[in-house]
Structure formats: structure tokens, C-alpha cells
Design a protein around this ligand. Structure first.
Ligand code: BGC
Ligand code: NOJ
Length: 807
């Protein structure tokens, strides 16, 4: 069942049934001011850091689920309704929520009164604009009251949810004719405030929640709305809100527009005050003036749209597969950009208070947006590398506002260091710019500890080389990519975090997955070293690669697939010898990509096993059979009920590894088959089962052993976005940035017979026409001349290249 449809021309998903199986959300913002917006107008806003600088409040884990947002109440002769259906749930005569790239448009109608609500965060400004237009489609004049409202969060979102004994005393606002300023803690250590502004004079306001709602009322029956009034309350403590009311008289055929703006301002220490207790509003006035008219809003909206069109022009495909095209051209790239902004911090499944930017997560995310924003990617790589320690180990996360490593979680995730090589090598391939290797980059953000970035990459490899276990395989530490394989944890205490519980390091628990990573990225680093003329060092690294490769062939192969790990007692994990968890997907993908045991046919066998044992209707499950019982020696993985999360769901993140691995062994049909199984556009028709947004990848889809087989969870902030983007563009379409030029090595399934690709690479526009006759023969011609090989060497003197590939 569908709840809407794609509008590819407008780059939108149009939700036409507000009763979606879960909130279907969107993100706005790019320059520090960010918003989450659901199809019911739910969500919240923050500046840069969803934990430390939360602007509006969201009540998590709520009943019903999606409460807290920017709400508009329209009282039309006693019929009260909201353009996004919630909170009142008044049945609408018509409803559309068009989620586009960085904006949403709600179009709803009730009793011949139409509401169009345009919501977005403009480029380069720290505010969210909500432009609301009411049109009277009836034959009589309507007298309508309109209330708009947001609830302020007292900045630190964790403290806001917990420290009521203090927080219920500190709320402060300032109110003038058209604006409510939220200035809690501005008198003491904060240099920032937020404001809620409307472009026309209101007929009343409220800034105190209890007064607006009535103490025993809810968002469904606000006293002010029911009584068509405002109480002009000025909050002092308790819960500050911002609400403006308008009495609108709208003639038949007439439209009236109000522009609501929620903004954020920072002032320098000596510019904080206009006079005692009166905040300096200069910057707020500037922002207010910029969005005072419909023309200004339209212009800013068009600028945003144009920016996206130009960004997405970097990679475009037109093939005979509409669903593939819409994911590659629009939604997959868009999701990658959202992971650039959010990492794993703020979604409807990540509270925004728990996690900052992950080391491994952000490195992998880079693979998906590097082609779109190479400059920002370079900065990001430096930020990430700066939380590495001199021995090569790393903090697992950092807070975006402070950019300091997160001490609560610490380090010890032994895959982390290697992802830095994945990201940096991809940066060089995309840009051809080796100078990043010389960028002075501190260790653990310590001033004076700066070393060229290349030393960080060396340290990464060295950490693995110096931390091997009894089989010569890399030690796993607290966990590797699979956060829940906590082989050194042994947790018996309820509620204890499996990731940080113990510092115990058996010196024995080893990861075959990290071995695959080391081989793949060790070779990559050696290639870089050869390019910059460090041949001896490259050879030394290759010798280390060989040693781990040999250990993997000897101890990491189970006969039909790669073993997953050795536990703290040197017992195998992910082997036919185990009762449950006999096969895990991760090493099958990575060791095949790394071509470990290629001459022995390992990759082919491993991927056959993946198809036979792990593949379900929605993709490849992470392991099989699911753990039926809690195994203290394995950690969190066995704590999940069967079929969920790391215990046997389709963990979508590693499915693209299987797609890529299949192209490595030349099985193009199977590669596309895996791609298709959990591609959201392909699951649109079964949205009632899949449940999350049909335009966005989710982290997991419940596996065959789960009660709710096929149900997805944790949409948006997942490495699935970047890896799928990588798999679709670099493995399936085969458009691969390489050190010396652009390689074109498509692995299209038979069903895609033709693909026309435009790729802008290092400033050159490549028009690539691929015809797939599935002949097994590859031929490339450039500007009508046949070319040997698959790489188009980079030539800075040209601006456009026409390439024809036949397969
Ligand atoms: C989840 C993992 C996640 C980890 C992060 C675990 O509970 O299952 O998917 O990576 O928490 O801390
Ligand atoms: C989600 C985490 O963000 C990611 O770092 C991890 O690799 C996966 N879970 C698998 O556990």
C-alpha cells in the first residue's frame, strides 16, 4: 500500500495520506540552523548541535508518537484544524505534504478554506521560514483565527529533559509587537537567543505554555485556540513558548499570508545588551527584514531549489530503470547530504542527545557526498583525524559544537582508524589533490601535536599491525564495525552499556572483518605511497598486508564462507561449528572486496553462501541463525530478540558491500538483485509493511525470525546511504574516480540496457553513454576514438568529454 507518490520532476515525495505508518520526516538547513519536519508538522530545530544548542522542544517517546512541532491552529467558525493534521486530528478534506530537498509544502483544505504552508531554512541564514497562506474558496466571507506556536527548549536538550528543579525557574522571554525573544540564560553565560517573529502585526500573543494551553489541557485543546483569543502571557520560569494570534477576515476568492520566522542570533560579549535587561536585537531585526515579504521568501526558496539542482548535477543518470534513476539522482544523494549534517545525532530514532559525530560513521558517510562537497569534506576529514591519538587509536565520537573527542564513550573500537584511510583515499581520487596529506592535523586536538595528515594514516595502519591476536589477525577491541560484537565485555549488569562497560582486553578476541579492511585499505595506502614516490614504505605496508591476508586465508576461512571473529577464548564466531550465528555478512563483503583468497575461489563461494543462507525478501540478513539466547561472551549482539538489529535483521548498511563484492567477482545480476531488495523506491508499494519513508534508507529491516518481518526502523541516519550511493554509482554504474582519472567499469544487470550518465569530475563534464548488450566484451570510445583500458586519464585542458561504452 502506498501513502503518496514520487514527483521526480519536482524532486519531491508527495504524501497524500497523513496516516503514514510512522512519521515520515524531512530535514532543512545547511549552515548551522537545522530542522526536522514530519508529515504532521512535528519535529524540532537546533543550531549546529542537537544536544547542546536545541532551539525548540520535542517531547520524545511521546504518546501519540509525533508531538512537538510548529503548530498552526485554524479556527474557522468553530471548526478547528491544523494543516498537518496533528495535533487536533480534525479530518481534512484534502491533504498533501510535499517533502522536497530542504523544504516541505503542506497543502490542505477544510470547508473550502485552503491552507498552503511552505517551510524551509534559507541558504546562509540562521532561521526557519514558515509561510502560511489561507485562501477562501467558499462563497462567503470567512472570519478565521489563526494561532501559530512553537515551544522553546532550554538549550541543553539533556538538561532540559531532566533538571526541572532548576529549569522551571530560569525561563525568560522578551516580547515586542511582532516578536517573542527566548533569552533563557542569556544574562549569565550564553551569548545566544532565539526569536519567533511574524511579518504582520498580530492580534495577541502568548509566551507561557500553561497559560496558552490551560494547565490541564493538551496541544489538542489549547485554551487560547478554543476561546479564539490570546492571553498576552509573558513567561517567567516554567515552559516558555511563542505563540502569535491573528484575526483574519478573508473574502471569497481572497488569500491572506503570514510569514512566521524562528531565528537564532549570537552576539559578542560586549554587544549583548541594548540596555539593562534588554537584549541587543540588531541582528534579529536584520534577519526579520530579509523575510518580510512574499517576494523575499519566494526568492530565498528559489535560491535553495537552484542550489540543489546545481549540486545534484554533479552526477545524473537516465536509464531504462525509473526507480534506480530516482534513487541515484535525487534521494540517495540527498540522504547522504543529511548524514553529512547530522551524522547519527538527530532523527526520529536518534534523540540528538546521545551521539555526536562518529569516527567510523562520518568517515564512511564521506564516501557518499565527497563528489558533491569536496571542500567541506576536506575539513571534515581533518576534524575527524583530530580526535585520533598518536598511537593510531581514536575516540569513537566527537561533539560537533566543540569538535573534541567524547570522553564518555572513549575509544577502543579497533576498526575506527582504518576508516580514515577509506575517506582520505576517496578524497584524493575525487579531487586529485594530494596536498591534503600534508595538512597539519593535531592528535587528540592538542595544540602543538600537529603532524601532516599522512602521519595519521600511518598511525592508523600501525595500530592494527601492533594489535594482533593469537592467529595473527587484528584484535577487535570493544567492537569493530558491528558495535554489538563485544567480545571483551562479559556484561551481567542490567542497563550497562555493552560498548563502554569494561576495559578488559583479552588480547585474544580477533576480527576477520578488520582483517578484510586492513587488506583493502592497506593496499589503498600503498597505492597512494607509490603515487607520491614512497616505494619502500609502500612495499613494507604490502608485506604487512600479505601477513594479514595469509592469516585470514589460514584462520579466517570456514570452508564455505569467511569466519567472523575469534572470541576471548579463541573460539570461532561465525562458523559452521557454532550453534547459532554460523555465518555473518560483514567479512563476506569486505574480504571479497579485498580479494582475499581470490585464487582459491573464496569470494565466489562466500557470496553463494550469502545468497543461500542470508538473503530474504528485503536483502541480506546480518547473520544466521539468529542467537536464541544471551551469550555473555558475545555481548550486545545476542541481547536483541531474534531478527532485530545486529541479531539477524537486514542491517542495510552492509548490503551494498555485498552488491560491490558481487561486482568484484563479476556477478552483475546478483549485485543488482541485492541492490533492489531494500531500495526504498522498490518498497514503496509495501509501505504498510516496511513503514519508514519510501524515499530514504533505514538502518534495519526486521529479518525472517522477527515477529514483524519486513518492518524497517531507524530511517535516515545510517551508513546505508553513503555505501549504497557508492555501490550504485561506482560498482553498478561503474563511474569510479581514480588517482589518475575517471574509470568507467559498469556492472549493469541485463534489465538495464542503456544508461546515459553525466558526471562532473575535477571540473570536467563527462557525458557517458552506456549500452549494455551483456556481451561480456568491453569497449570504450572517447569522442569517437576507441580507447584501451577503462580509465579516462585526467586532462586539465579539456572541459567536456563524450564517452561511449558498449558492454
Ligand atoms: C546498537 C548499534 C549501535 C550502538 C551505538 C547499539 O545498541 O544496536 O546499532 O551502533 O548501539 O552505540
Ligand atoms: C550503527 C552505528 O552507527 C555504526 O557505527 C555501526 O557500525 C552499526 N550500528 C553496526 O553496529
Amino acid at each position: 500500500m502506498k501513502f503518496g507518490h514520487f514527483d521526480d520532476k519536482e524532486y519531491e515525495y508527495v504524501i497524500t495520506n497523513y496516516n503514514t505508518p510512522l512519521p515520515w520526516i524531512n530535514y532543512y538547513g545547511q549552515d548551522g540552523f537545522f530542522s526536522l519536519m514530519s508529515n504532521t508538522c512535528g519535529g524540532y530545530m537546533f543550531f549546529k548541535d542537537a544536544k547542546l544548542r536545541r532551539i525548540t522542544r520535542f517531547r520524545y517517546n511521546n504518546v501519540p508518537r509525533d508531538y512537538g512541532g510548529r503548530y498552526y491552529y485554524i479556527n474557522d467558525n468553530g471548526t478547528i484544524w491544523n494543516p498537518g493534521f496533528l495535533p487536533l486530528k480534525t479530518k481534512l478534506d484534502s491533504y498533501k505534504c510535499r517533502h522536497g530537498l530542504g523544504y516541505s509544502i503542506f497543502e490542505s483544505e477544510k470547508n473550502n478554506l485552503k491552507c498552503e504552508l511552505l517551510c524551509f531554512v534559507p541558504l546562509n541564514d540562521l532561521c526557519e521560514i514558515n509561510q502560511l497562506t489561507l485562501t477562501n474558496n467558499s462563497k462567503e466571507t470567512k472570519k478565521v483565527t489563526l494561532h501559530g506556536v512553537v515551544e522553546w527548549c532550554l538549550w541543553n536538550a539533556v538538561d532540559d529533559q531532566t533538571n526541572f528543579q532548576r529549569n522551571w525557574n530560569i525561563g525568560e522571554v522578551e516580547v515586542d509587537d511582532s516578536t517573542i525573544y527566548h533569552k533563557t540564560e542569556y544574562r549569565e553565560r550564553r551569548d545566544h537567543y532565539a526569536f519567533y517573529h511574524t511579518n504582520i502585526k498580530h492580534d495577541g500573543f502568548d509566551s507561557d505554555l500553561d497559560t496558552f494551553l490551560g494547565l490541564y489541557n493538551s496541544w489538542c485543546d489549547p485554551s487560547a485556540v478554543l476561546n479564539k483569543t490570546s492571553y498576552n502571557s509573558v513567561a517567567s520560569g516554567w515552559a516558555p513558548i511563542a505563540s502569535h494570534m491573528f484575526n483574519l477576515e478573508i473574502k471569497p476568492g481572497e488569500s491572506k499570508t503570514v510569514i512566521f520566522q524562528t531565528g537564532y542570533v549570537e552576539n559578542k560579549e560586549d554587544e549583548k545588551w541594548e540596555k539593562l535587561h534588554v537584549i541587543n536585537k540588531e541582528k534579529a531585526y536584520e534577519l526579520q527584514k530579509k523575510y518580510a515579504t512574499k517576494e523575499q521568501v519566494l526568492k530565498a526558496f528559489n535560491n535553495l531549489k537552484t542550489k540543489w539542482v546545481s549540486l545534484l548535477s554533479t552526477l545524473k543518470v537516465k536509464s531504462d530503470n525509473e526507480k534506480f534513476d530516482r534513487m541515484v539522482n535525487i534521494w540517495n544523494q540527498y540522504q547522504c547530504m543529511v548524514t553529512f549534517n547530522m551524522s547519527r545525532s538527530a532523527s526520529y530514532y536518534e534523540s540528538g542527545t546521545g551521539r555526536g559525530m562518529g569516527f567510523r560513521d562520518s568517515c564512511q558517510d564521506l564516501l557518499g557526498f565527497l563528489h558533491l562537497i569536496p571542500e567541506k569534506s576536506r575539513e571534515r576529514i581533518k576534524d575527524i583525524a583530530s580526535i585520533q591519538f598518536e598511537d593510531g587509536s581514536t575516540y569513537h565520537q566527537y561533539q560537533p559544537l566543540t569538535k573534541r573527542g567524547n570522553a564518555d564513550i572513549g575509544g577502543g573500537f579497533n576498526d575506527d582508524p582504518l576508516w580514515l584511510i577509506a575517506a582520505t583515499s576517496q578524497y584524493i581520487k575525487e579531487t586529485g589533490d594530494y596536498s591534503i596529506l600534508n595538512d597539519p592535523t593535531p592528535f587528540n586536538n592538542k595544540e602543538g601535536s600537529e603532524k601532516p595528515l599522512i602521519d595519521h594514516l600511518r598511525a592508523s595502519l600501525n595500530y592494527i599491525i601492533t594489535h594482533k591476536g593469537p592467529h595473527g589477525l587484528p584484535l577487535i577491541g570493544r567492537a569493530d564495525w558491528n558495535d554489538c560484537l563485544n567480545l571483551n565485555c562479559f556484561s551481567k549488569t542490567p542497563g550497562e552499556s555493552f560498548q563502554t562497560a569494561s576495559n578488559f582486553e583479552s588480547g585474544k578476541a580477533e576480527s576477520v572483518f578488520i582483517a578484510g579492511m586492513f587488506v583493502l585499505y592497506g593496499k589503498e595506502f600503498a597505492t597512494i605511497l607509490n603515487h607520491i614516490g614512497n616505494k619502500d614504505e609502500a612495499n613494507k605496508i604490502l608485506a604487512e598486508v600479505k601477513s594479514i591476508e595469509d592469516a585470514t586465508v589460514k584462520y579466517g576461512w570456514d570452508g564455505e564462507w569467511f569466519v567472523r571473529a575469534y572470541d576471548a577464548f579463541s573460539n570461532k564466531v561465525g562458523s559452521h561449528e557454532c550453534e547459532d550465528g554460523q555465518i555473518f555478512v560483514e567479512p563476506q563483503g569486505f574480504c571479497t572486496m579485498a580479494r582475499i583468497g581470490e585464487d582459491l575461489g573464496f569470494g565466489k563461494k562466500a557470496l553463494d553462501s550469502v545468497e543461500k543462507i542470508l538473503t530474504n525478501d528485503y536483502g541480506v540478513e546480518i547473520l544466521h541463525p539468529c542467537y536464541k539466547e544471551y551469550h555473555i561472551e558475545l555481548g550486545e549482539v545476542s541481547s536483541y530478540p531474534m531478527g532485530y538489529k545486529e541479531n539477524g535483521s537486514v542491517f542495510c548498511h552492509n548490503n551494498p558491500w555485498i552488491v560491490i563484492a558481487n561486482t568484484v567477482i563479476g556477478n552483475n545480476e546478483r549485485a543488482f538483485d541485492v541492490y533492489r531488495r531494500n531500495c526504498p523506491a522498490y518498497l514503496e508499494d509495501v509501505s504498510e509493511i516496511h513503514k519508514t519513508e519510501p524515499y530514504i534508507y533505514s538502518q534495519t529491516i526486521a529479518g525472517r525470525d522477527a515477529k514483524n518481518y519486513g518492518e524497517a526502523k531507524n530511517s535516515w541516519l545510517t551508513g546505508t546511504a553513503s555505501w549504497t550511493m557508492y555501490a550504485a554509482s561506482q560498482a553498478i554504474l561503474g563511474i569510479k574516480p581514480d588517482y589518475d582519472g575517471l574509470m568507467i567499469d559498469p556492472h549493469l544487470p541485463k534489465e538495464i540496457k542503456h544508461a546515459q550518465v553525466t558526471r562532473i569530475f575535477r571540473g570536467i563534464k563527462y557525458n557517458i553513454s552506456i549500452t549494455n548488450n551483456a556481451s561480456g566484451k568491453y569497449q570504450m570510445t572517447i569522442d569517437n576514438k576507441p580507447i584501451d583500458g577503462k580509465i579516462i586519464p585526467y586532462n586539465k585542458d579539456i572541459t567536456e568529454v563524450n564517452v561511449i561504452i558498449t558492454l
